[in-house]
Design a protein around this ligand. Structure first.
Ligand code: BGC
Length: 444
């Protein structure tokens, strides 16, 4: 018997609390296909709007292939799944409900539950019905009332199948993309209007929250917000420190303040980490240049900073509410990077739990590659690859699928997974089979 490798050692699995939810997240418009009644559909037909020139079209055809996709989620031992319903399908014309579409989503939610997964439902995830957009969208004075009516209908028709509710997804991203930078429909660049819309969205959340609770009194209702981790580039700079506080308050907390008391839980989508270098004017010069400094980045240049999730969780601990990571992931064609990032994030999340933060679940974005809004199909977020190029839409699990599966099965981080973040995990010596010779490198 050979002696154990000097690195041989085992730590216990870093377990999460019993009942912790592990799942993936998707959004209807990004995976279903043929959402022809939504504002995004009309918008994406105009050349130049989508950076890779694609149209969502059939997307992943999840509308028809949802059973297969849910099998993939259940195959990772996920015990929860986050998905959204498409408002434009359910209310294709103002005040007219589509019974067949409600029936469709009933089947989908039943299919989630049948596989032993809890349902986290998002009532509205970015795309709105074309009729709503034509009326003026969220700038319309009755927008919140129209949303409340829709949310109430969803609660009546589908609420018995929902475990956790997000009324909406990332109002801060929606406002900044749709009303400040103008990169998304309705393409406004109007700071004043953006603030009006922010107040309407806050009202819409409060009204939807109350409506869902009226119809389903036990419902656990919250929303998913984009939360960024921010630190000062120079820890000795007082202005940079002030800058980080201002941005944290404005981006991460303001919407929660407008909706205080209307959250059973806090839903956090974590993707971004910024180092504030120059708090001044113009805002484009605020942040340190990630690429120049050779930081680990995603395919679209976002800094990958797993430690940031710990920072964010500690920041949100003060609300004294349960927290779900409702999204976290990265666009990358390099799956090793995805594995590394996933393991490192889960480790940081574990430290947060250890330090007393009430984290109840984690949803990876995303189960399958999908249509990434203005970036089209170029950004690859999936634990499962989808063949868009070949047009077959065939699903092929990536290596990161197995890593997430191991985490979900153990309700924690098994020791051997730590090798993805460079921890010395013993690799037993394996001799080559008889008759096979190791290839010598020519220069050896
Ligand atoms: C959104 C998703 C999006 C993801 C990756 C989140 O902001 O909720 O719809 O695909 O981030 O960019």
């Amino acid at each position: 018997m050979s002696a154990p490798h000097p690195h041989h050692h085992v730590h216990e699995t870093r377990h999460f609390p019993d009942g912790f939810l592990w799942g993936t997240a998707t959004a209807a418009y990004q995976v279903e296909g043929n959402n022809t009644n939504a504002d995004w559909w009309a918008w994406e037909q105009t050349p130049g709007k989508i950076s890779d020139g694609s149209k969502s079209g059939l997307a992943c055809d999840h509308y028809r292939r949802y059973e297969e996709d849910l099998d993939l989620a259940a195959g990772m031992s996920n015990n929860a799944h986050r998905l959204s319903v498409e408002w434009a399908r359910l209310e294709p014309k103002e005040g007219e409900w589509s019974a067949p579409e409600f029936a469709h989503y009933r089947k989908v939610l039943e299919a989630v539950r049948k596989r032993g997964m809890k349902v986290m439902l998002t009532v509205w995830h970015f795309s709105v019905p074309a009729w709503f957009a034509e009326k003026g969208g969220w700038a319309h004075p009755r927008a919140a009332a129209l949303f409340e009516r829709y949310a109430a209908k969803v609660a009546e028709e589908l609420g018995d199948l929902v475990d956790l509710w997000n009324t909406m997804n990332e109002p801060n991203v929606y406002i900044s993309q749709g009303y400040l930078s103008g990169g998304w429909p309705p393409q406004k660049k109007n700071p004043l209007l953006s603030q009006i819309v922010a107040l309407r969205l806050a009202k819409a959340h409060r009204r939807a929250y109350r409506a869902i609770k009226r119809i389903r009194p036990g419902a656990q209702v919250g929303l998913a917000q984009n939360v960024l981790s921010i630190e000062a580039y120079d820890s000795h700079s007082f202005t940079d420190w002030v800058g980080t506080r201002v941005i944290d308050w404005w981006w991460n907390h303001l919407f929660y303040h407008f909706t205080r008391g209307y959250h059973y839980f806090l839903g956090i989508n974590y993707y971004f980490h910024y180092r504030l270098k120059k708090f001044g004017w113009p805002p484009t010069t605020f942040f340190a240049e990630v690429r120049k400094e050779r930081r680990d980045t995603s395919d679209v240049g976002w800094e990958l900073n797993p430690q940031g999730i710990f920072r964010v969780l500690k920041d949100f601990e003060s609300y004294k509410l349960p927290i779900y990571i409702t999204e976290n992931g990265l666009p990358s064609t390099n799956d090793d990077r995805r594995k590394r990032y996933l393991v490192a994030v889960v480790k940081e999340m574990w430290h947060a739990v250890q330090s007393g933060v009430d984290v109840r679940g984690y949803f990876f974005w995303s189960l399958i590659d999908n249509w990434e809004w203005e970036k089209g199909y170029a950004a690859k977020f999936g634990l499962v690859e989808v063949d868009f190029a070949g047009g077959t839409l065939a699903r092929t699990p990536r290596g990161s699928y197995s890593v997430f599966k191991a985490i979900c099965e153990d309700n924690g981080l098994p020791h051997e997974m730590l090798r993805y973040i460079g921890h010395a995990v013993d690799q037993p010596y394996e001799p080559l089979p008889t008759g096979v010779h190791a290839k010598k490198e020519p220069h050896a």
